[in-house]
Structure formats: structure tokens, C-alpha cells
Design a protein around this ligand. Sequence first.
Ligand SMILES: [Zn+2]
Ligand SMILES: [Zn+2]
Length: 413
Amino acid sequence: MGEKENVFLREAFRSYYEKHSLSIPACSEREFGIGDFGKKIVKRHMEFKGEKELNMFLRKEVPPYISYSAAYYERPSARPMEAKGFLGSDLVYEFDADDIQTKCKEEHDSWQCSDEKCGASGKGKVVECPKCGSGVKVEQWFCSECLGEAKKQALKLLEVVSGELGFDEGISINFSGKAGYHVHIRGEAVRGLPQSARTELIDYLTLNGVDLEAHGFGRLDASALTCPVPLRSVGIAKRFMERLVSFISDWSADKLAVHGNLNRKQSAFLIKNRSVILEKMAHGILFPVDASKPETSRKFWMLLIDEALREESIALNIDRQTSVDIHKILRLPDSIHGGTGLVAKSVSLEEFKRFDPFKDAIAFSNAPVKVFINKAPEFFLGGKKFKAFLDAREELPMDAAVFLVAAGKAALE
Ligand SMILES: [Zn+2]
Ligand SMILES: [Zn+2]
């Protein structure tokens, strides 16, 4: 990024920080870190006396990135880590579209072989060049579809943490500013949780190592299985049974055959006896779908249980190790993301359900700006659709210009 672009973005960001005051609970007990364009963290171990000092800093220095610690410390700026005087930490869960495989990636992501002699390139996301095996340079992009998938996972988490785990207060949600969402749980109940409890929570949410037998699944006889009784179930067992019941009552014969590895006759039997099977499930029995083939029957139910497991597990962005890293720093809610110019907007649960980052996280006006665009796929921003650009001179509204310049896809004219 050139000097001209650097100044342009900083002035734009400054105007945002002059109009907005950011707020973070227990500001003086947090460690902060800032980054520069192209590098999210260049300096850590910073502290502010309070929100007033923090906002003054943002207006004066305008860092392209600012992060804060989920942890609370007696002396946030002390080093090394051990000298800070750890007081506790919020729980934070990150959902990143980066880690979720969606079809749209085939459309908007592209790669290029890093070996110039090979020169292969293509659409989508690959880890290595399929032609020569060298590393690749990947161009990633994010759209409503991939962000929608990240949101779906976050909503699933919110339901479990409030409904099942009873964390009703201190939940706050924010857009990451680029490709995902963060859910923070704050308050006395979580502040002092030891590492082991944090890991246990992760396992609970992702259903890592879930013990199906302990939840009531087991073998009844040669072909039938037992299951938890839906009406008497709570938590994971209840969610599992809701899934299984919906599979049996909603799926077509074809879908049941494909997902449960049945032949036509077996899936037809199942559809014909649907009400009997559902009745048996209500009493804790997974009825055989083919009495003459106990193996097939058991396999069928196991496949459906696996499917329920996949759908019920929350796709947390983990790494079990790093997600319980209590010293981690994350994007400060309502700050600007230096790689997109979008606001890492904090939203209420109600707002979150309707939240569209490409509309609701925009910080800038419509004033026209002349830019030279190297390459950008089609995108939506501020309720407008922009076509794909390649080596194009354009006049764009400020928000779109900031978006492309910050992403390194365009330069100022
Ligand atoms: Zn290659
Ligand atoms: Zn997408």
C-alpha cells in the first residue's frame, strides 16, 4: 500500500473515531494491542486508564487495527505475561467463514501457483498446486453466503449457552470486521473459570468425544437400539432426539435411503411404518427398519445418529488449544478493521439475527472517490451491487473505495 492510500484510509478512519466513542467493560484491566496495514499486531502490552483515554488514543493515533484482551489483569502493560497479575478472563468464541466450506468459495476465491514456471491457476481454495505440488497464493473473499454460515453457527452457540448452560447475562456479539463473528460471555460466573473448565465447555459445544451410551443410546437386542426418551431428555440427548425425530418425520424415502444406506424396499417400509417408528422412538426404541437384516438396521440408525451429531456440533473455530488461550487478544468491538474498512460492530441478539455486515457495518459516506482497481470479484456493499473489476479506473462511493483500498485491491487515482 502506498503512502497516499495510507493517508486516505487513516483520515477516513479518524473521521469515524471522531464521531464514535468505543466502550469496553473493565477497560483499565485489559491489555491492548495495535496493528498496521498488512499486519494485525505490531505492538502489544498497552493499557489505558479508562475509556476516555482509549478514545483519545484512537482519534490521535488511528491504528488500522486495535485488539483487546479477553483477560483482566492488575497490570495490563507489564511484561512478561506472568508479571501482569492475571485476574480472570471472559469466554470468547470465534466463528470464522474462513474455516467453513461453502459453495460460494468456488466462485469468489482463486489461487495461483507460486512457482512462476508452472503458472497454473484456478478458482476456489486449494492448499497446494494440483499440477506441480508447489505452494499457492490464495485470493480470498467473503460474501453474504459464507458470512451467513458463520452466523448460523454463532446462533447455534447462543442457543446452547443460554438455553442449556444457563449463561443468560453478559453475552455480547460483534462482527469481526471481516469474515466472522465473535461471541463474548462476560461476568462473575465465567471470569474465574479454570482452563480445564474452559476446555470442557469447548468439548461440550463441539460434541468432541461425546459419550452416546451415557446419553441413553445403546443396544436393545439383535436389531433394535435404545435411545433417550425424548420427553424425559434434557440437553444434548434432547437435541439429538429432536434431530432424529425430524429426520424420520420430514425426510423423503430417497433421502432416508441415501443418508441411511438403505435399499428401496427398506426405505419404503420405513415410510409406510413412519408413525409406528416415531411411536417407538417416543418410548426410547429405535425400531428395526428391516427385521431380517439386523446389521443393516443398526447401521441405518448409527448413520442417522452421526448425522445428528454433525448437525448439533457447533463449528467453533478451533484448535482446542488456542481457543482456551486466556492471553489472546481480539478485535475491539466497534473498532474499524484495517483490511476492509468495515466496523467490528457490536449488536444485540435481535439485531444479530437480521445483521448484514455489508450493509450494517459501513462507516463511511457516499462521496465519490477515484480509484484504480487491480482485481475484485463482484460484491455488494451499502445496498449496492458492484460488478467484477479488472484493471479498471472507476469512481466509487467512499465506502466501496475504502473497502477495496484497505483490501489492497485498489489504489487511489
Ligand atoms: Zn504449480
Ligand atoms: Zn462466500
